[in-house]
Write a protein that binds this ligand. Sequence first.
Ligand code: PA5
Length: 466
Amino acid sequence: MKLKMDYNNALSERIGKDGIFKEQIDKLSAAVAKANTAMTVKRAAGKMAWRDLPYNQEGVVKEILDYVNQEKDGIDAFVVLGIGGSALGPSAVQQALNHPFWNELPREKRGGFPKLYVLDNVDPERLVYFFQTVDPTRCLYNVISKSGSTSETMSQFMIIQQLLEEKLGKEAAKRRIVCTTDAVSGNLITIAKAEGYKYFIIPSAVGGRFSEFTPVGLLPAAFCGIDIKGLLVGAAQMDELCKNEDIYKNPAHMYALLHYIAMNNGKNISVMMPYADSLKLISDWYAQLWAESLGKMYDLDGKVVNVGQTPVKALGVTDQHSQVQLYAEGPFDKIIVFLGVDEYRETITIPKTYSDMPSLGFLGGVTHNELIKTEQAATEYAVTKAGRMNISLTLPKVNAQTLGQLLYFFEVATAYAGELLNIDAFDQPGVEEGKNATYAMFGRPGYEDKKAELDAAPVKDRKYVI
Ligand code: PA5
């Protein structure tokens, strides 16, 4: 039961001049060896703590499962308050592994587990409409923030804390809040301890977008009955594969190398196109991982490089009817990743209603499983014929184990691409800048210089506002 990568259609022998020549891969052997060493050295030095998560969380998993057993029957919904790396993973895993209409199912069809909501934005309409949808006092709120100070998440927390305390009283409200955060840094851990909230720790050396295998992802998943041990088993299986120093035997390293060569050939766009509704939000999770990790101004030597690749989210077959025209005939600026599934969890057959009409008759007796897979193969064929680089990743089935493999695969590929690009894949100074500007605009103490910088910025010219 293993994720499979097929990169035939990235190679020149299949797609012509715009593909990658095998010699190009072999010529990069020095860069590959350097990246291999960096990955090993950094891991040994504890700078890639996320790689140890499949192995070192037995105690955490037990604590999570005990907590779920203790709390799940007393709540209608489990609600994630988080953003970015503290929200995208929980949403993607839930969509991949549970029923697509989970929240609409009666409780017994959810195995007795609560509904799940992920409130990752501060659009004022979201919370107001949420409060109109559920009984907010019957929810357990998981405040997730690695830094413990992200404005969006902390603002949601403060609104909900006030609401719960008003409706339930301070003591009962405590049981409705669980925090997931760093053991030391930020306000959230201080608040959790002071208020007496249950909390789970994100290991300090694990960054937001690499935190899905910590309680950030494991706690919400466990509250929805997902096999979190299976997720970790899958991640460990992929870790074994990704230790191989031979690039031809290491799928994540090869994925990164192909994208690296593609970037150097002017392919600045990485399209992720799952052919499964269950994997749609994996594209969102991947988009953050790939964009925030690799989009950097400086390299590790301090040189301005402005590298990165813009992730584009697509869904097969839906986006065949919107984006594929561009992929086949537009600029040669993309590498497309088809994310497929060998065996879907359900089968549905098209009736032979109009067998006398040739343009419909061919569909009679065909399953949607055959239709979606055939359309994927046909789209791969079409873009390949048009000379467009594409790779296919295939899961034998979507389950906890294969999903663990897939998420871990992308994490390793991203880190390895960072090494090839000679950048720090684990920081996000561009995001910090926006956060700091927000603080300054609100007059937060300590941000006076930033406020002065903003005040000194040129004002917009009204003549360009129509
Ligand atoms: O990957 C990252 O570090 C970011 O996307 C963070 O996950 C995001 O900004 C939220 O941060 P925090 O978990 O500290 O609230």
